[in-house]
Design a protein around this ligand. Sequence first.
Ligand SMILES: [Zn+2]
Length: 356
Amino acid sequence: MATSLLNQPISTWLRKKAHWTFPGFFSWKLQIPPKLKYFFWLVCHGKLLTNVERVKRRFAANYYCPVCHDQPETILHMLRDCPAARMIWNSVICLDSISRSMQLDWYGWFFANSQCKKLCYGNLQWCSIFVYTCWHIWKWRNKKVFDVGFHYPFNPGKVVIDSAREWKSANTLKPHQSSKTSVRLFWKKPPMHYFKLNVDGARSINGKIGAGGVLRDSTGAWVSGFYANLGCGSVLQAEAWGLLLGLQMAISHHAHHLLVESDSQVLVSLVQHNVDDMHPLKTITDCCQTLQRQLHSCDLKHVYREVNQVADILSKFGLDAEIGVHFMEQPPPQVNSSLLDDLCGSPRIRTINSEL
Ligand SMILES: [Zn+2]
């Protein structure tokens, strides 16, 4: 396996450069989402868990790339030299100077890209696109490993550039530009001694319904989660079962002070106000109220789906799962990105017509 510079964290090399102050000099100054800054901090410190890093830490025995199975998976291989990464770069790169940097070593490549402030694709700086591209390569590599049915996008460059554009435009919008405006929504950790339960329901086009939920503590850490295949039904039934199962899970984990969030305004309204005896969801909303009364405090509120992403993903798991409820004491890898967004307070953008 190639050693030397390729396996040396870039921060080690940077410390030798008196005029650089790491880690604040590069990614922290870019206009990119916090999770991308954190991701690149890991890259720069050689802490990204590629297979070479996992073998070093004795988490794995095989250091080969899980995508091409042809080379040891160093950070440089994963981000640039793997055929999958090359395919993505070929779809993104629009500058000759950057094309030529693909021949350089790790540091040469890194600095050619991170220092390039040329504007591309309208008004995006190349150094920002560079980080977005690395992030997507890592994200898709993980999907390839964990999702059996995952295929790389047909036009990966478009996905990368669209995500960079969307974030930039949402974060540079001026108020009153039009009748529509964008708001930044955040998932918030519950206060000290409180827990937060996010629940959701999903329905497929063939009528199957699923539910999911996640319980987190006041540090934002995962306590428990679930997904459920509920057979066939309406989306409101799915939402209601999501709440019921979530409350049962919270009680079993002694979450006596609970904040509950659902993105179904109808469900929240049904549970908060006593529904008509003839309502088809009367039994289940009554059960939810009974469970709420078992807690010392339980505040149920409606949130927009942008800040209910983890529960949304879990509810969709339910659609393809075995019939019944499946509890998880550890988060599945597919929700890691959304959990990190929540934890970092990454803003989710929602376009609205008037005030919230
Ligand atoms: Zn590879």
